[in-house]
Design a protein around this ligand. Structure first.
Ligand SMILES: Cc1cc2nc3c(=O)[nH]c(=O)nc-3n(C[C@H](O)[C@H](O)[C@H](O)COP(=O)(O)OP(=O)(O)OC[C@H]3O[C@@H](n4cnc5c(N)ncnc54)[C@H](O)[C@@H]3O)c2cc1C
Length: 395
């Protein structure tokens, strides 16, 4: 996007990509469908940006989600808006987004060099003057835009090279951490539930008494812990906290108040006499969870409905409304959807994306210490900051 913007302003642009093709990460976005942006207002957009939302005012003004949708339409890649204002190509093929942008690069005669790995940025007298490729070749330039991404899914090419260069150039780079990442748990019952997918549950993340995240949606138990949309989103708030500082709880029946749930259990228990408790619970939960619930509540597995005490019933209600999921941490950064941390936004001019420390050096995308929730926000941040960097660099 930065190359397109600079070339549209009339600059002579060379795009250096270390992979054998462009936009490898785009291919895996949105499970191959590419959730390319989010058609919400700027205010709503910024509310989904977890780190440094105010830095994005100018970038989103310069190139909004609507501008992105218009651009794709104009490049013959029609888009559609789905639930939660998430925007996808009508074809549901991420490759169509890459192809559309690539076509525009060719039309604008951007020099595309594939398999061209940048080793370092060349800086002279406080100004960027080009880059050095790993083969030893120097590529001189009046301006350099760095758009090397974060450090997650490194097989797509984002191996954190830009963090190193920017640090060498004197920038503050906050340590890269995983965000939008599955969470790990050592709890045996969590592991035994692997494969169980829950819909219409509410996941709540708290730090002390403060609620950091609480949403209704879907989640999944796996062999290592928990994942799915709710978990990934909650993780965005957990990254900078130690697991022991947080509590993650699940409301398995958000449609029922504790009292309504208690009444229902009372009725069902009364009507079930010598049935096993876990059999009765199958009417309330998926089978594997019904098997686990008595154990989780400290109730012997073979307990009959007629033997369920008031305390046991209360425990069942409490655990159904706020089941604690003990979390040990996150999966590694390489598996994160986005990288938290990166180049300090205090050292980048938000109106141009130019470094305040090195003139002629521009920074865009996930390299910046900005990250957002799922929903098309992270790609739009890359597109908006890239567009602004490209335009500014061409001036
Ligand atoms: C599985 C997954 C699914 C995702 N789904 C979505 C989604 O649906 N919607 C959404 O908004 N976001 C999604 N994201 C996040 C989104 O893809 C990223 O935030 C976005 O791609 C960041 O863009 P970027 O241009 O900053 O970096 P990247 O897309 O990572 O691009 C960086 C490029 O720089 C190149 N490069 C790196 N180092 C060098 C070097 N030394 N020399 C030359 N080239 C180099 C890389 O090869 C790469 O092509 C997803 C991420 C993942 C991992």
């Amino acid at each position: 996007m930065a190359a397109i913007a600079a070339a549209r302003e009339g600059a002579q642009v060379t795009l250096l990509e270390k992979n054998e093709k462009l936009g490898k990460k785009i291919y895996i976005t949105g499970k191959g469908r590419c959730n390319v942006t989010n058609a919400c207002s700027q205010e709503a957009f910024r509310s989904k940006v977890v780190k440094n939302p105010r830095f994005l005012y100018s970038a989103l003004d310069a190139f909004s989600p609507q501008d992105m949708m218009d651009l794709l339409e104009s490049l013959h890649c029609p888009v559609k808006v789905e639930r939660g204002e998430r925007v996808f190509p009508v074809s549901e093929k991420a490759s169509d987004v890459t192809r559309a942008l690539e076509k525009e690069l060719h039309r604008l005669r951007v020099g595309i060099r594939l398999n061209a790995e940048v080793e370092k940025i060349l800086v002279r007298d406080g100004a960027a003057v080009g880059v050095l490729l790993t083969g030893g070749e120097t590529v001189p330039a009046d301006r350099v835009i760095v758009a090397t991404g974060g450090q997650s899914y490194p097989t797509t090419g984002s191996t954190g090279d830009g963090f190193r260069w920017l640090k060498e150039a004197g920038h503050t780079v906050f340590p890269p951490l995983p965000s939008l990442i599955p969470l790990t748990s050592d709890e045996p019952w969590v592991k035994r539930l692997q494969g169980l997918s829950l819909k219409n549950v509410t996941l709540t993340l708290k730090s002390g008494k403060k609620t950091l995240y609480s949403y209704l949606g879907e989640m999944l138990f796996t062999h290592f812990g928990v994942t799915g949309p709710l978990v990934l989103s909650a993780s965005a708030y957990l990254t900078e906290l130690a697991p022991e500082e947080c509590s993650l709880t699940l409301d398995l029946k958000p449609g029922l108040t504790p009292d309504q749930l208690n009444q229902r259990l009372l009725r069902d228990l009364d009507a079930s006499g010598k049935k096993q408790l876990r059999t009765l619970l199958m009417g309330l939960f998926p089978a594997s969870l019904a098997e686990e619930m008595p154990g989780i509540c400290g109730i012997p597995a073979s307990t009959l409905c007629c033997d369920v005490t008031r305390e046991m019933r209360q425990k069942l209600v409490d655990m159904t409304k706020a089941l604690p999921i003990p979390v040990t941490g996150t999966r590694p950064l390489s598996e994160a959807v986005v990288t938290r941390g990166g180049v300090s936004v205090k050292e980048i001019d938000p109106r141009s994306m130019e470094s305040k420390l090195v003139s002629g050096l521009y920074v865009s995308g996930e390299l910046l210490d900005v990250d957002a929730m799922t929903g098309g926000f992270n790609l739009q941040i890359a597109f908006s900051t890239g567009m602004l960097a490209g335009r500014s660099a061409a001036l």
